[in-house]
Write a new protein. Sequence first.
Length: 387
Amino acid sequence: MKRTALTLCLLVVLGCGAPLWGGVDAVEYFFDVDPGEGSGIQIYSRDPVEISQLISTAALDPGLHRLFIRGRNETGQWGLPHARYFLLPETYDPDLGTIARLEYFFDSDPGPGNGIQLYSRDLVDVTSLIDAAALSPGMHKLLVRARNADGFWGLPHARYFLLPPPPAGIAGTITHLEYFFDSDPGPGNGIQIYSRNSVDLTQLISASDLDMGLHRFFLRGRNNSGLWGLSVSRNFFKAPPPPANFTVTRLEYFLDTDPGFGNGTQLSLTAGNPVSVSVSLPFPGVSDGIHRLYVRGRNNQGQWGFSASALFSNGIPADLVLTVVDGAVTLSWTDLPGVDSYVVHSAELPQGPYLPESDGAVPDAVWTHPGTEAKRFYRVTSIYQEP
């Protein structure tokens, strides 16, 4: 079995409790059992002692060990050894890594092989249900460990979890419901909503006392045994109320990337609330493929609203892929939003003219030429049906 070497960089202060007067002229180390002064594995150094030599653990078995190190002064007196515990792990061998057994247990270790078995394979995919029915409510620790095909158990892996008290029969009936904002006033001190089991919340929750800005809403219930449940919560934003004379005074649009408020292309409109605009938007030089159109407005108080957006395409797929196998031509592309069908065009030269293929009208995003022919140049356009 392979062994690894343990590299320890130690700054050793020798002679604590039994001073070594004079310079240090010898240093030795040993494991677990003292072989006697001068009979350890020698490391030659100087005063002060700085050990950077490799300390080998090749002769040790895997498991917990103790390293001892001590020094001798130039008058021949040995100091007391200094010790450190360390764990030498089993060397991984791919031929011995197959997981043959998996088990779990809670809180205290019953010993390897005495846990609740989960049967799996290598690699481990645990889909068995871990049953916590026998546990009492409260904090617990789940531990899982595995054994390989040679019968060696690995160290358990642990996770803490909280097991809540389950409702039992009539004790699960909800008798009180309350809500609050931002900070918890304590169970029973929220704004009460009276309901029944199951809860159907139709009462208006008022946020009229809140300042505008970001807030958090909390809701919790109490059962007929007087036990309060944990709160559920959601963040929300309370927007400033519109002024009485609120009107939309500006609309702008942009494609794909936001240029900043006021830097989009302005649309002509008559100020009002609401406003209605019907206009054809020009997009000169737009690239082939799918784009997103954004529109937003500003009111007479100088406040910009959120952008509304929609996907559209200029009708020409941007990712046209041509494949030729044994002379057969196949074209494919990404389906564009709102397209009813496509038309494949071809030409002898890259500059055209491009003429529709006789069988080039297709309903989806792939077209295969029915025969074989010399390679040509192709393009695809789309057809939209008016609503």
